[in-house]
Design a protein around this ligand. Structure first.
Ligand SMILES: [Zn+2]
Ligand SMILES: [Zn+2]
Length: 558
């Protein structure tokens, strides 16, 4: 009986974001991706949502390496937090393509953590001994360059991880997903377990080629020849940037980068020979003053309507660089990620109000997905012909759709396992079985303060919805008297005269309740409870709202 392999999924199974798994055999472990997820409006003040790293921290001395598949935040964005929170990982090897690692290094350097890891760049088709596994890296097409499929040779056969995956026969860099090699592995020695991207498992058909987007972009440039063109795109989508640049350069425009991550990624991609724009034809926005605006193409971050991003600031007239007017065409070269639709719509409408012409992916195909749809996934399954399958990378319904696709291909229910964050799966001679659970919880990070308690988030939401009311007083418990106050103060609850009236009314009610409690022999804690209840009841009666109520009741010194 060969040694078993254990897979622990810490994120990415049930949500799109914060992908992270740990592969283990004979007590030796390798981390596969470490991503983050961004907060929505129900998580105010949260900078990042990361996996719970407790399992990694508890096993830090057994972790030998980390493999990163590509540069997207949902695959590498958790690494600075990981190295910060688990110092015992000091000195581990991180494997990935040179481009991916250059970005990881950059992100770690922002927190001065770059010396914690040892970067080991690998090239397409390279084989490496990584911890207890032999790993072969294969090229994969996606919406960012130099992504890698990993094929881990384990005591239980090959585990093939698709990475974020699509099939594009005409990718901008000519680097196609290596189905041929997957086919060869499937023949000899066979693929035991497939872990594959489920993002578009419920979308029929095939995704269109990135090259087709290039054609559409050229057309858009033609139609708006006499305008300044501003294009919002993902900073990591280097091939999109290339196609935008090609269309712009053809019209004699100069490329202007706007946004910190756009400037950085463009520079890194040019350093790595992945983006071809002549030096004389590209500047950053801070050097674009002397250029004729109609002879420029601004490539900007913020196509997802992110708060304070470059496009958002343009839409509200707050950009220090760009003032929008009727000579501007703004192209959104991306789809809104689910959850961002409203923010994107606000930005578009703000830009339109200032006179810009808007072009977006709902009108013409200025975007294509980086994730394979059903026909592409079917092709992967057919070629890989795995004995076992676990869908990864998707909302729960995507994982289910992907499992059903595998059943449709004829895989038996015993050989397909749908797991979620926190599940531990054992791969042994018998197949795959769920054997345990670790925490798959969201960890909310708030820039300065570190992990946030879920209770704090609830408070922030209530503060946002109902505001804040404090009630302070001094109480002489011995004498059974309110010695000072109560004084009620509020924020985000009411304004002007109304606020004064409400605060005074609440204070009167609080005083009555406190006096009554004191008359009944209450202690300080009882008085505090009485004050809170009285103010809460009053506020709710008068305004129907539920602000956060903070009583500060002190014992009087007399
Ligand atoms: Zn990706
Ligand atoms: Zn991803």
């Amino acid at each position: 009986m060969a040694d078993a392999v254990k897979l622990t999924f810490l994120g990415g199974l049930g949500d799109i974001g914060r992908n992270c798994a740990v592969l283990e055999t004979g007590g030796r472990m390798v981390i596969l991706d470490c991503g983050q997820m961004f907060a929505d409006e129900t998580q105010p003040g949260v900078d990042s949502i990361i996996p719970d790293f407790s399992f990694i921290a508890e096993n830090a001395d057994r972790i030998e390496a980390c493999v990163v598949t590509h540069v997207h935040e949902d695959h590498i964005g958790g690494l600075p937090y990981l190295f910060d929170m688990v110092p015992a990982l000091d000195g581990i090897d991180i494997y990935g393509s040179a481009f991916t690692l250059s970005l990881v290094r950059h992100k770690l350097a922002e927190k001065n953590l770059q010396r914690r890891a040892n970067f080991v760049p690998v090239v397409d088709h390279e084989k490496r001994r990584i911890g207890p596994f032999d790993c072969e890296f294969l090229p994969v097409t996606h919406s960012t360059p130099m992504g890698l499929i990993s094929a881990f040779t384990t005591p239980q056969g090959i585990i093939l991880h698709s990475s974020d995956f699509k099939l594009d026969h005409t990718p901008v860099d000519g680097r196609t997903t290596d189905l041929a090699r997957i086919g060869a592995l499937s023949q000899d020695p066979g693929i035991r377990l497939l872990l594959a991207d489920s993002t578009n498992a419920d979308s029929p058909g095939m995704s269109s080629s990135e090259m087709e987007v290039g054609g559409v972009l050229r057309q858009v440039f033609d139609e708006h020849r006499d305008q300044r063109i501003i294009i919002g795109a993902f900073a990591s989508h280097i091939h999109r940037v290339q196609q935008i640049a090609d269309a712009a350069l053809e019209q004699g425009r100069t490329i202007v980068t706007l946004g910190r991550s756009m400037k950085r990624n463009v520079a890194l991609a040019r350093d790595h020979g992945l983006l071809h724009i002549p030096d004389s034809r590209i500047v950053d926005i801070d050097a674009a003053d002397d250029l004729d605006p109609l002879k420029t193409c601004i490539i900007s971050t913020g196509s997802q309507g992110e708060h304070r991003s470059a496009l958002t600031l343009m839409a509200t007239g707050d950009s220090r660089w760009v003032t929008i007017g009727p000579t501007d065409t703004v192209v959104f070269s991306s789809h809104p990620i689910p959850g961002n639709e409203a923010a994107v719509a606000r930005v578009r409408s703000g830009l339109a109000r200032q006179g810009a012409t808007i072009v977006h992916s709902g009108q013409v195909d200025v975007h294509t997905t980086g994730h394979g749809k059903r026909q592409e996934l079917l092709a992967l399954h057919s070629v890989a012909h795995p004995e076992l399958f676990i869908p990864v990378h998707g909302e729960f319904e995507h994982l289910i759709a992907h499992a059903e696709l595998a059943y449709d291909r004829g895989m038996s229910h015993d050989n397909v396992l749908v797991a979620t964050d926190g599940d531990q799966i054992l791969l042994d001679d018998e197949g795959v079985t769920k054997v345990g659970r670790v925490s798959g919880a969201y960890v909310f990070m708030d820039g300065s303060a570190g992990p946030l308690d879920g209770g704090v988030l609830d408070e922030r939401l209530r503060l946002g919805q109902g505001g804040f009311v404090s009630v302070s007083a001094e109480v002489d418990v011995g004498a059974g008297q309110v010695a000072f106050g109560p004084v009620v103060a509020s924020r985000g609850w009411a304004a002007g005269d109304e606020r004064f009236d409400l605060e005074t009314g609440a204070a009167t009610e609080a005083r009555e309740a406190m006096e009554k409690a004191l008359a009944n022999g209450a202690d300080l804690a009882d008085v505090e409870r009485a004050a809170r209840r009285a103010v809460g009841g009053y506020v709710n009666k008068v305004t129907g709202r539920r602000p956060v109520i903070v009583p500060v009741i002190r014992a009087s010194r007399r």
